[in-house]
Write a protein that binds this ligand. Structure first.
Ligand code: ZN
Ligand code: ZN
Length: 474
């Protein structure tokens, strides 16, 4: 008999399990991976407080935070065992919660709205006409300042309270407290006028952005490149991107009067198109990170998914209203929506990575700084081309097992839960825990568990080298 060949490793889908676990955990819960099993940890306030410091400029501020102690809520033999005991996540469906409109004039309206194929026809016609222009030079009004080039606003020194606007740093913070509406005569932004204006942070005062963004995808390991121009009419005409529609209908009663709403939403998603480009570069989109500032980032920041338009029908009693008006031909609607979509694309890829305060730097340095963000800027400091680097990641299951099994011999264990992101949202977060499950170091917090796992590994390596240096591991 032939010997059995070792087949491919079975997929453990840790990322899927971690996401499911997160959904069922309380805000302050943590999962502890002990190396032999999984514990769900809750936390109780100890009544004690701990002093924490934050730095703002050169000044450090201290405040007291409550201390929590972790305790074991439940124990499981594996992550899969934990998630298998949690109910499936209910997905909210709009469709199931509304009744369909049975109304003749709604049916007529619906039949007059453009469908995906109408967009393809219009895109083809647009490509025909637009092929006469040199697209890499075409501009569109900056979406951020609407072509105004600058923003004038009330200076932050008029906000009152503790505001850091002084020209010098030697003032004691408490002496800077002012009433709301009172300007700071020493203010470094407005010089005491109370009004500040800044060049638009997106176009740097040029008032425009490039209409058809040019982008380059680079495989960070092989150096292979894929150059694209985000030309929506062309991409739709060639079938690379499809316009999708979603219809929503609802009917209800208000004081014996029937009220009905119908809408068609037109969307364009670049995800599949981008994923195909990544595959051309030999990258598996499920196991790829975007490189930025030496960190690994999520791909979704780069993918644009936008709404092209929303056509609505509304009936209340006998009165019917349409938006856009009923006599607007489908052809015009598709042309308008494709143009709007192109402007959205222009806006989406217009940011240079430079901030207003950077603009004081000499030109050469500005160009260099923009290049660090992968942007090539033109003579007006407007982004002419964007480069994105992509890093292939090792299989997620392997990375996870390395962390889970590698930490206990060092006296630690891996923790997983959610934490606040600077934007106020919460995201998946990994921790370095001691044997009892008390957090020692928060390794990171991200939007996406796959990237969080990868950055947690990088974070752990840093902690490890620090501990090695200080001799704590010897
Ligand atoms: Zn602008
Ligand atoms: Zn001011």
């Amino acid at each position: 008999m032939e010997k059995e060949k070792p087949g491919p490793q079975p997929k453990k889908d840790y990322i899927k399990h971690l996401d499911k676990a997160l959904w069922h955990m309380d805000e302050r819960d943590l999962l502890q991976f002990t190396g032999t099993g999984v514990r769900l940890l809750g936390s109780v306030a100890t009544g004690e407080k701990q002093i924490r410091g934050v730095k703002s400029g050169e000044t450090e501020y201290f405040f007291a935070v409550p201390v929590y102690k972790k305790f074991v809520k439940e124990e499981y033999s594996s992550l899969a065992e934990f998630t298998s005991q949690q109910p499936e996540r209910k997905t909210y469906s709009w469709e199931n919660n509304t009744s369909k409109i049975t109304n003749e004039d709604f049916t007529i309206w619906k039949s007059l709205q453009p469908g995906p194929d109408d967009f393809v026809d219009m895109a083809k016609a647009m490509v025909e006409v637009e092929s006469k222009f040199e697209k890499s030079k075409e501009r569109t009004e900056c979406g951020n300042c609407k072509g105004k080039k600058i923003f004038t606003h009330a200076c932050s020194c008029t906000e009152g309270g503790l505001v850091f606007t002084d020209l010098t740093d030697d003032t004691v913070p408490s002496q800077r407290t002012r009433e709301k509406g009172v300007t700071d005569p020493q203010c470094s932004h407005c010089g005491g006028t109370g009004e500040a204006s800044n060049p638009c942070p997106v176009c740097h005062g040029a008032g425009y952005s490039m209409k058809y963004p040019e982008i380059v995808f680079i495989n960070n390991v092989t150096g292979q490149k894929e150059e694209l121009q985000l030309d929506l009419p062309k991409l739709i005409a060639e079938g690379e991107i499809r316009v999708n529609t979603a219809t929503r209908e609802s009917v209800w009663k208000r004081k014996d009067k029937e009220v009905a709403n119908g809408e068609i939403i037109y969307n364009v998603a670049l995800t599949d198109f981008f994923y195909n480009r990544l595959r051309h570069l030999g990258l598996d989109p499920e196991n790829t990170a975007a490189m930025g500032n030496g960190r690994l980032g999520e791909l979704h920041w780069i993918m644009h998914n936008g709404t092209l338009g929303r056509n609505t029908w509304h009936k209340e009693g006998k009165k019917v209203t349409y938006s856009p008006p009923l006599d607007l031909p489908a052809k015009t609607m598709t042309a308008v929506m494709i143009k709007q979509g192109q402007e959205q694309l222009s806006r989406q890829y217009a940011w240079s990575g430079l901030y207003s305060e950077d603009l004081k730097m000499p030109r050469g340095e500005l160009t260099k700084k923009a290049a660090e963000h992968g942007r090539v800027i033109n003579e007006d400091l407007v982004v002419a081309r964007s480069e994105y680097r992509f890093q292939p990641l090792p299989p997620a299951d392997e990375t996870f097992e390395t962390l889970v099994n590698g930490l206990p011999p060092l006296g630690f264990s891996l923790g997983f839960g959610q934490s606040f992101i600077a934007t106020g949202e919460t995201g998946p977060s990994f921790y370095l825990l001691d044997k009892d499950g008390d957090p020692q170091v928060q390794l990171n917090v991200e939007y996406d568990t796959r990237i969080a796992l990868e950055n947690a590994t990088l974070g752990f390596k840093k902690v490890l080298s620090r501990l090695n240096k200080s001799g704590e591991l010897r």
